[in-house]
Design a protein around this ligand. Sequence first.
Ligand code: UT7
Length: 307
Amino acid sequence: MAGARITGWGTALPEKILTNVDLESMMDTTDDWIRERTGITERRVGGLTSTMAIEAGQKAIDRSGVDPAAIDLVLLATSSADQIMPATAPTVQNELGLNCGAFDLNAACSGFVYGLVNGYAMAGIGYERVLVIGSDILTSYLDWDDRGTAILFGDGAGAVMLEPAKETTLLGSDLGSDGATRHLLYIDHGGKLQMKGREVFRHAVRAVVDSCNKAMAQAGLTADDIAIFVPHQANVRILDSACAKLGIPLERTAVVLDKTGNTSAGSVPLALVDALEKGDIQPGDNILFSGFGAGMTWGSAVVRWEP
Ligand code: UT7
């Protein structure tokens, strides 16, 4: 199998900031409750899944320096596509001026990790330059009278460029799903987001820990070998709990949810790029990615950073 590595990255966030204090005037909640129970202070709202995906994708292409004509595939992870049909990825391909295949992948909040693993797999069969994007606008589907969900989500996107490498930098991965729990988090056609928060929380911690351990075992690594953990950003208490069980301190964990809320498929690349900008990731580091969300789905990937 041909190898691949991440050579570019980029993000996009809508301009409009919605703070916890703003939410206090919209529903029966408080800034204190939201910060204590979730770790979130503010989130961005507005925009379109395609627009944010295009902006993040363009930045990833520019950062990698890859010739757009050489890109072989656009893989867009989203559960909030612009339309039911067509997929949003062809819009992104067209607006970026690319000449390649493009498709959407829906694994909800696990979408970016699913996309990354699939991007490496496609690279392995000859699609050498793959643009992997996660973009979601779940705030469009929120019931602003439901304080159990409306406080959690934000909009955002992130992207990475995969290019050929002598050896693969995907050292281990694990993807899982359990459709028996699909009633815990869903959006019906024409409906609003519904969630059983406490149950999602319990499932999330267990799934993240099991999945990360499987991916690390496949890579032949332990928690001590992980330079940075880049998890899905849903609730800082989920991260605390998962980190404690994995034996990875929070200091080695990328956290952006205080400023973004839960941006679904956008959250893992938003956290990755934030960690890169802070200088928390160096060449040769092992990164542990992890996501979980509706489905339920979950996924983890251990990637060596060789940009
Ligand atoms: O990508 C996957 C997406 N989903 C998740 O990751 C969600 C995972 N779940 C969670 O993050 C948490 O379950 C929530 C943040 C959604 C809720 O936190 P919790 O600690 O599980 O609270 P709870 O639902 O058990 O509610 C505790 C209390 C309740 O009041 P009573 O019944 O004890 O009087 C709620 O009515 O907190 C109340 N409550 C609120 N109070 C103020 C629930 N939401 C709010 C709110 N403001 N926004």
